[in-house]
Design a protein around this ligand. Structure first.
Ligand code: ZN
Length: 195
């Protein structure tokens, strides 16, 4: 296992489409292990292979059940993830991204989706994430197509600076973050990210 460097906005690979995995080889499994290790080390709750510069359709997600206990959630690793069904109901919430350090922004996402993908043995499976977990899946699957949450802001000024390293925690405490962000937005002119 190895820690990998997370690339950030401005890096061209972050904007490219990742390719489908044809066969789940030991190399693909090694890549997934690196992604999990890198995500945990960065205190992230999700990571796509594109974020470590590997243009391969693969994502890992680990949202802690208890935000104070790292590793208390369920770890999802999905190869060739695909949203096969998107619920009509949507919800506005804030998101952060390890590749957009120092910011959180407001994005509208479906609250229920059906995701299909391959597991580490190459077997097809389906998941039905709801609520915040559905949001994280949509965010990570976007990365496979070179799409960032900053492309999906509810409005161009619905993005706010946060202390670097706190984006993901803020994401988990999204209620509090939204409240904080609203107050910040009232106090200062909105910072628009130059991407
Ligand atoms: Zn991200």
């Amino acid at each position: 296992m190895a820690l990998r460097e997370i690339i950030t906005v401005g890096h061209p690979r972050l904007r490219m489409r990742s390719r489908l995995v044809k066969k789940v080889t030991p190399e693909v499994r090694a890549l997934i292990r690196d992604m999990v290790e890198t995500m945990h080390e960065a205190d992230g709750i999700g990571l796509a292979a594109a974020q470590i510069g590997e243009l391969v359709r693969a994502i890992v997600i680990d949202v802690p059940e208890d935000e104070d206990v790292p590793g208390s959630g369920k770890l999802y690793t999905i190869i060739n993830p695909e949203i096969v069904k998107m619920g009509r109901e949507t919800e506005v919430g804030t998101e952060g991204c390890l590749s957009v350090p120092g910011y959180i922004g407001e994005v509208e996402r479906a609250t229920q989706i059906v995701v299909r993908g391959l597991d580490l043995r190459g077997k097809t499976f389906r998941l039905r994430p709801r609520g915040f977990l559905a949001r994280v899946f949509q965010h990570e699957i976007d990365h496979c197509d070179g799409v960032l949450y900053i492309d999906r802001l509810t409005a161009s000024d619905r993005i706010w600076p946060v202390k670097v390293g706190e984006e993901e925690q803020e994401e988990v405490k999204r209620g509090a973050a939204q409240e904080k962000a609203r107050k910040e937005a009232e106090l200062q002119p909105a910072a628009v990210l130059a991407d």
